[in-house]
Structure formats: C-alpha cells, structure tokens
Design a protein around this ligand. Sequence first.
Ligand code: ATP
Length: 133
Amino acid sequence: MKTIKVSVVTPDGPVYEADVEMVSTKAKSGELGILPGHIPLVAPLEIGAVRLKKDGKTELIAVSGGFLEVRPDKVTVLAQAAERAEDIDVARAKAAKERAERRLQAKQDDIDFKRAELALRRALNRLDIAGKQ
Ligand code: ATP
C-alpha cells in the first residue's frame, strides 16, 4: 500500500514521525483526509485529533490547533502542543478541565472567559483522545 511521510512537530520537538497510509484531521474549514498524492495544501487546524492510519490501525494524536502542510512527499503538522494518545496524563487533563470550568463559572472579563474556554476545549480533547485508546 502507498504511504506518505508524516511528522507532528511542536516547539518542544517532534512528537511523531512515520510513514502512514492516511492522515485525517479537523481543519478550520472542515474534515480533511490526506492520502498519498494529495495536492499541496496549508490549512489551520482546530483543537482536535490527528488520526494516522498505519498498518491498518489508527493512531491518535491530540493537537491544540496549529497548521497542517501537505507537500508532495510529506505531511507536516505544526502545533503549539501535541500528545500521542498513550502519553496523555488523564489526571492532569481532568484537573485542567475542572479549573477551566470553575473559571467559566466565575464570569470574569472577556479575555479570561476566552482563555478558560480554550483551556476547557484542550482538556476535553485530551480526555476524549485518551479514552479512545
Ligand atoms: P495545563 O493547564 O495542564 O498545563 P494546558 O492545556 O494549559 O494544560 P498546554 O499549554 O496546551 O497545556 O501544554 C503545555 C505543555 O504540556 C505541552 O507540552 C503539552 O503537550 C503538555 N500537556 C498539557 N496537558 C497535558 C496532558 N494532560 N498530558 C500530557 N501532556 C500535557
């Protein structure tokens, strides 16, 4: 089966690198499925999952937004934070979720609200992806 090289990179370094059969993820414009031979593309990503199909199995990576770049020979995901499903610290994500929920209930100014909302989305995404293992 044809494959394409994928790397998921964060400011702390690479999180994932492999040859995969398909990459799928949620871009701001909608769901994207990348197969080998896909046209070049740059797309901003949502907080969500990057799904990598490899040897018939699907691996999940939690990403906190970022960009996806498709080149003829390679897909790169560049994210502020990214964790493989098995590396997610569930207790930490639960604590982040509870902290964000408390902040959202406290109803401070708009900036704090937005920050808490994003923190909540990151935490829910991590819990969701850790649970799908
Ligand atoms: P927290 O409040 O727990 O730090 P956060 O959503 O604010 O959560 P980020 O700013 O997105 O955290 O990430 C900071 C760093 O910590 C990144 O390297 C990210 O991969 C890592 N990280 C955050 N939460 C988790 C988690 N639950 N499990 C593993 N790594 C995590």
